[in-house]
Design a protein around this ligand. Structure first.
Ligand SMILES: [Fe+2]
Length: 359
């Protein structure tokens, strides 16, 4: 069960190129994304209602998509506009469409009830394209359930052990977190008054390994898969040429299936903006750091096995507070969405079966 009535990232905008189809499974649903002649992104179920062929194996003909199996053509609203050898088009010859909006360099998709798709609900990741910020971004396909990735992001004590070569330091695991929450989000804060900078911050702040810095990690989690971490270090002593480092680690996780996830990420910074090598350094080192997360998450999923995506952990420690609260909030929201859907279904008359005209 997924949270459906929310905006989730389907792709980076740049991945959806005019004249080409992008096929991607999202929340188990096959989806095909493409651009109309006016540049608008459309998202359709990647499944012909006729014989279930993937539409992405077909062809774009202007503002229509022709199924590659029997030539049925669909317009940008999903309506069938042509069937070879007949003039009558059954009303049910229609492909399911999903609302899509491009914002902050991403294409956001709404997989739930269309009438609830309010653009104001798109999560805020303005650091991606706002002047004064530069984002180093990337993508990981992760063979693990998305909740394991949420747990990872809501408990950063793992950095000490998993990310020794980039952001790990003993002080991260040793410093307790403060957790606050509302009925919409969870905030997890770790304030390290003084520590030595790990390798990534030595480079970014231009300080030696034995420097003293103040370090912070302030995470905002919004279910199902939005996690933005305000991170940074402030040198505590005057070191020539050093600078304060402030960034936002933007983590946007969209389930692909129960055991696989799309992980769209970025490190957006507001310092050393005129140094493209810093952008590249961050892209490379964050990728490397998240490679390490992927390896651990996939190993964890292998131990859990298929079908156990919500394990009752035997042991809970203090550092789990944020991840546990995140899971609780996600479960509550899914439950309430399911309850609402069940109530609406109960009050709605069933569809009459359609008679398909021959001809
Ligand atoms: Fe990590």
């Amino acid at each position: 069960m997924y949270l459906n009535n929310c905006w989730q990232v389907a792709a980076f905008s740049r991945e959806i190129v005019a004249g080409r189809m992008l096929s991607r499974r999202l929340l188990k649903e096959p989806v095909v994304l493409w651009r109309t002649s006016k540049g608008r992104v459309v998202a359709m179920q990647d499944r012909c209602p006729h014989r279930s062929a993937p539409l992405s194996k077909g062809k774009l003909l202007g503002d229509s998509l022709r199924c590659g199996y029997h030539g049925l053509r669909y317009d940008t609203t999903g309506k069938c506009i042509f069937i070879p050898g007949q003039t009558l088009i059954p009303p049910k010859a229609r492909v399911r469409m999903f609302p899509v909006i491009e914002r902050y360099t991403f294409a956001w998709i709404w997989m739930g009830d269309e009438e609830r798709a309010d653009p104001d609900l798109i999560p805020d990741v303005h650091w991606m394209d706002r002047p004064g910020w530069i984002a180093s971004e990337g993508y990981h396909a992760i063979s693990a359930n998305y909740k394991l990735l949420n747990d990872n992001l809501l408990d950063l004590s793992h950095e000490t052990y998993v990310h020794v070569h980039t952001i790990g330091h003993d002080s991260v695991a040793e410093t307790p977190v403060e957790v606050k929450y509302t009925d919409k989000l969870v905030c997890v804060t770790k304030e390290i008054a003084s520590c030595n900078p790990p390798p990534l911050y030595q480079y970014l702040a231009r300080v030696p390994a034995n420097a003293n810095v103040q370090r912070w990690q302030r995470t905002t989690y919004q279910p199902p898969g939005y996690c933005v971490i305000d991170v940074g270090v402030q040198p505590l002593e005057a070191i020539e040429g050093s600078n304060r480092v402030e960034g936002r680690v933007i983590n946007l996780v969209t389930p692909e299936t129960d055991s696989t996830s799309h992980y769209f990420w970025a490190f957006a910074r507001n310092f050393r903006l005129d140094e493209p090598e810093v952008t590249e350094f961050l892209r490379e080192n964050v990728r490397r750091t998240f490679d390490e997360d992927r390896e651990m998450l996939e190993a964890q999923q292998t131990v859990l096995g298929d079908g156990d995506f919500d394990p009752a952990y035997k042991v809970a420690v203090k550092a789990d507070a944020g991840a546990m609260q995140g899971r609780r909030l996600l479960a509550t929201m899914i439950e309430s969405e399911q309850r609402g859907a069940a109530q609406r279904a109960a009050s709605k008359p069933a569809d009459a079966p359609e008679v398909v005209p021959a001809g």
